[in-house]
Design a binder for this molecule. Structure first.
Ligand code: THG
Length: 266
């Protein structure tokens, strides 16, 4: 099963930023319910964009989001203290977004995660910065998996984020992500891979086209989760169709059901 992490409750988005500043609960509630109805598995909540307000914004957003949906939440912050506070607010096991190998984040996150019931997104980032290629990504993924297993995490609860970088910045950024996903999924069997899908199209026009095609190509290499916009009907159609083509849809029942529901059209 593919894990869709709905990305829309993020204060970097203009409307969410305004709704958060205005404490407009109805706007947030409505967006969350649309993401749930569109097939999100988790709702990502990121309150990082209003500098100096992350703690109060995260607290408010979580109080609104958790009443709006039965879905589990993906708590998205670079700050271990914010993640620990957020973890204390949720009613069901969340996804924690994220841990990385950066020293000032890794140690506090490992201390906090010990014994906690949650899933975890592990970024292939360390103090040398963004990974330079497939070998960099894979060696960081290997370290993250062994460190998380050492504190009791099962592979099924680990989501490796290879850090997708824009293809407009370097021509090989798409193939690096695809090869890294394939290597992680075959050599670290049992873990998941995820990431911010739209990073690939940064700096290009018609970004949604790039995101949709990239999703299908990444899925062919084993990518089984993405942080994405479930309200993009076309990308959800790509996701469902690719799932059928990968052999995960006996008699194409789910494909046919989606067509009949009007979710897949030419
Ligand atoms: N990996 C992990 N977590 C992440 C990311 C990642 N969390 C944040 C981000 N990247 C994924 N979330 C979003 C949320 C919204 C948008 C993109 C990524 C988005 N951006 C529009 C744009 O860039 O054009 C919005 C512009 C606007 O309205 O301001 O919609 O990589 N683990």
């Amino acid at each position: 099963m593919f894990t869709v992490i709905g990305e829309r409750i993020n204060t970097t988005l203009k409307k969410v930023k305004a709704a958060t500043a205005d404490r407009d609960a109805a706007y947030i509630r409505d967006d969350v319910q649309k993401q749930e109805a569109s097939g999100a598995t988790y709702i990502d909540v990121n309150a990082g964009a209003r500098i100096g307000h992350e703690e109060e914004d995260m607290t408010w957003l979580l109080s609104v989001v958790k009443e709006a949906t039965r879905l589990p939440l993906c708590l998205d912050s670079p700050d271990p203290a914010i993640l620990e506070m957020a973890y204390g607010m949720v009613d069901q096991p969340p996804m924690i977004n994220s841990i990385s190998l950066e020293k000032d984040r890794f140690d506090p996150m490992i201390q906090f995660l010990k014994g906690k019931e949650c899933r975890i997104i592990a970024l292939c980032m360390d103090d040398n910065g963004m990974p330079k290629g497939v070998d960099d990504i894979f060696s960081r993924a290997t370290t993250l998996v062994s460190e998380l297993e050492a504190i009791g995490f099962k592979r099924d609860d680990i989501f490796i984020d290879p850090l997708i970088q824009p293809v407009s910045v370097a021509a090989e950024n798409g193939t690096i992500a695809m090869e890294a996903v394939e290597k992680i999924m075959t050599e670290l069997k049992g873990v998941h891979t995820t990431g911010g899908l739209s990073n690939i199209s940064y700096g290009l026009p018609q970004r949604k086209v790039v995101n949709r095609i990239f999703l299908a190509m990444m899925m062919a290499r084993g990518f089984d989760s993405a942080i994405m916009d479930p309200l993009d009907k076309e990308i959800m159609a790509v996701l469902k169709t690719a799932t059928t083509l990968q052999g995960h849809d006996n008699f194409c029942m789910n494909y046919l059901k989606a067509v009949r529901a009007g979710d897949i059209t030419a």
